[in-house]
Unconditional design. Structure first.
Length: 202
């Protein structure tokens, strides 16, 4: 009888020790942390039947975009600092009208440069394609050189020449890169730009 009781007690002790070991191992197994995706603040558009509203961040009160038509309104491009949009009457940058631009042919090239069928513009709606030092900019063929989706680009081209980007007091302008050959000018594998005879932007 004593032997049977001792055997039962030993079995109970073994069961308890096994459970303790299992619990300890389970506690030491690290649980993978959930992946947290950072929230990047983007321009926020909302509308009602009468107005379109814009806010750079969700915690900033919305601003009415003056004259915007909710029925035809569309967002063109959201960049880090600026947002382009349009309706049937106007082009807008953030909550302001982009004066003079044709909404039916307006194209956003990057955060600084855009065009319509008439002109090339900087983001302050200044026409930068009409300049005696540029010659005749061919707006129809004007483009980013090897566009890879950057918000800012250093070189543009039309069918006739290559253009660089400069800035004075924050206002972007174009200048001709006369020595560049528009037929062979391209983005190079190491990050610069060049044509068949020159390398630029290193």
């Amino acid at each position: 009888m004593k032997r049977a009781l001792i055997a039962i007690i030993c079995m109970l002790i073994i069961v308890i020790l096994v459970n303790v070991c299992i619990s300890s191992v389970a506690e030491n197994v690290s649980t993978p942390s959930p992946i947290v995706t950072p929230v990047v603040a983007k321009p926020n558009f909302t509308m009602d039947s009468q107005h379109v509203y814009w806010s750079k961040y969700t915690d900033v009160p919305n601003k009415i975009i003056p004259g915007a038509d909710p029925a035809s309104f569309q967002v063109l491009k959201d960049f880090t600092y600026d947002s382009y949009s349009k309706d049937k009457r106007h082009v807008y940058i953030n909550a302001d009208i982009f004066p003079g631009a044709d909404p039916y042919s307006f194209v956003v090239l990057d955060s600084e440069i855009s065009k319509d069928k008439f002109h090339v513009y900087n983001k302050y709606s200044e026409i930068i394609s009409d300049s005696s030092r540029l010659g005749d900019v061919d707006v129809a063929s004007f483009r980013i050189v090897d566009d890879i989706g950057w918000e800012f680009n250093y070189f543009f081209a039309d069918k006739n020449r290559i253009y660089g980007i400069g800035a004075v007091h924050g206002y972007t302008y174009l200048f001709p890169v006369d020595e560049a050959d528009p037929k062979t000018f391209k983005r190079l594998s190491h990050g610069g730009f060049g044509d068949s005879e020159h390398v630029f932007g290193e």
